[in-house]
Design a protein. Structure first.
Ligand SMILES: Cc1ncc(C[n+]2csc(CCOP(=O)(O)OP(=O)(O)O)c2C)c(N)n1
Lengths: 542, 163
């Protein structure tokens, strides 16, 4: 049975039908009809303090639930403020629905107040977008949008809805499913190819798995471990793949890449079979092996366009990682590989605690993060920002379970806190901690209010070096230490700033103060911040 | 190398912008582009002639396939290519020169589509080589304007691109 309701109401019913319980947004005139109807719904709206953060929060939420999450903004500046978040989600294949208000249909194209061509502007960073001009198509389009965002290789889908369309009445019935002629993601992997992978594993003397973020998307986390263990294959991960494997697992070597650890980088340049799982071979991840020809590459990914894009591949397999790895795990045979594993691990042991000394003025970030790792509960989400803080966290956080999230592809400063807000909203029982720099914190500190207003108990650790540390490091290494535009003088005392929001916090000036402060942070059932002093010359490149 | 790519797309708003945007963004060079609806009015067929290595071609095909509105992409094999362009050329033509131009039209199988006291407009459909020769023959007559469609193409033989 269909009902006669406005598009605004229909939109909300669609979201409810999709199981959406929380949305992140910021209103304005062009999206008011939608907000007006939101009052009648159980959907919780979290008012962020900047639209980009609505997008990042939705991204954090989606990463935890694995399903499309929703952010909302008004037309014009509201929509353009969302762009960075949409692009960030696109680069990391995050399922997201962005809803924007638009000026009325008859005004489109006349440069009226707060008009922006947002479908045009976001074209390069969306999986798909709709400028909805025909009200009757709304239910079908929303159904398609969720399907597109969440299936295949996920990504953001933008729905731009003119003001007058939101007010029109339609016969509403939400379709149970949709078919899109031109969109049929390939899910099952080719059996023959999977067999070839198994054979390659059997033949290899030095196999290596490189695990990427696609494994989270496919919900195939356990399968990697299962395959690695069954065939005794060491595992390295990309930044997006951190926390896929427990970091103390005997087969796990660490993160690969320009900022990765030497054990992982050595393994990738010495292996004779590289098995890429849901990793897109990003330029910062695998610089070292571009020239290698003396090894075989297996690449398993749901997106055929990623296979062979950055690295020639011997055995491509297109398909959903869960489906493919399930099949693969059934046909691979146990292998020894003892010497190879030994060779890989020797490098970890040699490098452990290379620079593991506590410091007395400013913390040693590595030691600090190891301390944090020890205190973390099993159910946790660590959201790292961008910069040195991200690299320190990526390399030194030891997660046994729980989840690491960061803006990997885009490297968007200001991601960690809103993403943590999203993650905490998705999983209130998890301990959720954002780790950022003093630079990036100042791109998102307005969200302290969001945390307080909506009682979202996110904890924040600010690695305070009074510098845009990562850029400082680049200037030191590549520009003869001519430092420019990286000094953060004028920054506030973050503990006092937090206090102004009613948030508790404390200072950590050296490693010996860390344990107590971290305990307080984790004990707190309210938001909490730590301002952690880090020496300005601390390095992230090892 | 030049490649001729046929694309079947859903005839939705913005689809052409998405496709041309993709080429621009990823640095693929478009030589020509032609669009028109098919026998199914909901589906358009686009022919793109693009320049690039085999790697680039593979990337173009894969990236095009990722666009939600794209139904099918096929790179047409060079040896089985049936390709046509249409060109209209308006040249200066005094009444005394008309018979010469009529001769050229006859030899090249062009049509005379418009005549004025001072000009003549000729129309030819053919492959790029036919058209190049045609242009060359007309150049001595001072070309006033020229307009060329992009290439439309299909594969020779019994095989067809349909959904
Ligand atoms: C939005 C945005 N602007 C600029 C950059 C370039 N950038 C990368 S790291 C970095 C410095 C980050 O400084 P801070 O947040 O203090 O962290 P630190 O590196 O000191 O740990 C900058 C400016 C970026 N990644 N994102």
């Amino acid at each position: 049975m269909s009902q006669r309701i406005t598009v605004a109401e229909a939109l909300i019913k669609c979201l409810e039908s999709e199981g959406i319980t929380t949305i992140f947004g910021y209103p304005g005139a062009a999206i008011c009809p939608f907000y007006n109807k939101l009052t009648d719904s159980k959907i919780k709206h979290i008012l962020v303090r900047h639209e980009a953060n609505a997008g990042h929060a939705a991204s954090g939420f989606a990463r935890i639930t694995g399903k499309p999450a929703v952010c909302v903004a008004t037309s014009g500046p509201g929509a353009t403020n969302l762009i960075t978040a949409i692009a960030t989600a696109y680069m990391d294949s995050i399922p997201m629905i962005a809803i924007t208000g638009q000026v009325s249909t008859e005004q489109i194209g006349r440069d009226v107040f707060q008009e922006a061509d947002i479908t045009g502007a976001t074209e390069p960073f969306v999986k798909h977008s709709y400028l909805i001009k025909d009200a009757a198509l709304v239910p079908e389009i929303i159904k398609k949008a969720f399907y597109i965002a969440g299936s295949g290789r996920p990504g953001p889908v933008l729905l731009d809805i003119p003001y007058d369309v939101q007010l029109q009445e339609i016969d509403f019935k939400y379709p149970d499913n949709v078919e899109i002629n031109s969109y049929r993601p390939c899910l099952e992997g080719n059996k023959l190819q999977i067999k070839r992978v198994a054979e390659a594993i059997a033949e290899a003397k030095k196999p290596l798995i490189c695990a990427g973020g696609g494994l989270f998307t496919a919900n195939a986390r356990e399968l990697v471990q299962c395959i690695a263990e069954k065939a005794n294959i060491p595992v390295i991960c990309t930044m997006m793949g951190i926390s896929l494997m427990p970091s103390d697992h005997p087969l796990f070597l660490g993160m690969v890449g320009m900022h990765g650890c030497s054990a992982a980088n050595r393994a990738i340049s010495e292996c004779d079979l590289l098995i890429l799982l849901g990793a897109r071979v990003g330029d910062r991840a695998v610089t070292a092996i571009k020239e290698r020809e003396d090894f075989k590459v297996v690449h398993i990914d749901i997106d055929p366009a990623e296979i062979g894009k950055n690295l020639p591949v011997n055995i491509p397999v297109v398909g959903d990682l869960k489906a493919v790895l399930t099949q693969l795990s059934e046909i691979i045979r146990p292998q020894e590989n003892a010497d190879w594993i030994e060779q890989c691990r020797s490098c970890i042991i040699k490098n452990a605690h290379k620079d593991g000394k506590p410091r007395t003025d400013g913390v040693n970030p590595a030691v600090f993060l190891e301390e944090l790792s020890k205190l973390l509960p099993g159910k946790c989400v660590i959201s790292a920002d961008v910069g040195q803080n991200q690299i320190w966290t990526a390399n030194n956080l030891k997660l046994k379970s729980g989840r690491f999230i960061t803006s990997g592809g885009m490297g968007t400063m200001g991601y960690s806190v809103p993403a943590a807000i999203g993650a905490k909203s998705a999983d209130p029982d998890a301990e959720v901690i954002a780790i950022c720099g003093d630079g990036s914190f100042q791109m998102q500190m307005m969200e302290l209010a969001t945390m307080v207003q909506h009682r979202i108990n996110v904890k924040i650790i600010i690695m305070t070096n009074n510098r845009l540390g990562m850029v400082r490091e680049v200037q030191t290494n590549n520009y003869n230490n001519r430092l420019v535009a990286i000094f953060l003088d004028g920054s506030p005392d973050f503990v006092k700033l937090a206090a102004a929001y009613g948030i508790h916090g404390e200072y950590v000036n050296n490693n010996s103060e860390a344990e107590k402060a971290l305990e307080n942070l984790i004990k707190s059932d309210k938001p909490y911040i730590l301002q952690v002093k880090v020496d300005e010359n601390e390095k992230s490149l090892l | 190398m030049k490649h001729t790519i046929s694309i079947l797309v859903e005839n939705n708003a913005g689809v052409l912008a998405r496709i041309s945007g993709l080429f621009a963004r990823r640095g693929y060079n478009i030589h020509s582009l032609a669009v028109g609806i098919t026998d199914n009015e909901k589906i358009s067929r686009i022919t793109i002639v693009a320049e690039g290595s085999d790697y680039t071609l593979e990337q173009i095909e894969k990236q095009l396939n990722k666009l939600i509105d794209v139904i099918k992409v096929r790179s047409l094999p060079a040896d089985k290519l049936l390709a046509r362009e249409l060109v209209l050329v308006k040249v200066c033509c005094k009444p005394a020169e008309r018979s010469e131009l009529i001769d050229i039209a006859e030899i090249t199988t062009a049509k005379i589509s418009d005549v004025s006291p001072e000009t003549m407009t000729l129309e030819l459909s053919g492959n790029q080589y036919n058209i190049a020769t045609f242009e060359e023959l007309l150049r001595p007559y001072k070309i006033i304007e020229i307009v060329r469609t992009g290439t439309v193409a299909m594969q020779k033989g019994s095989e067809g691109l349909r959904i």
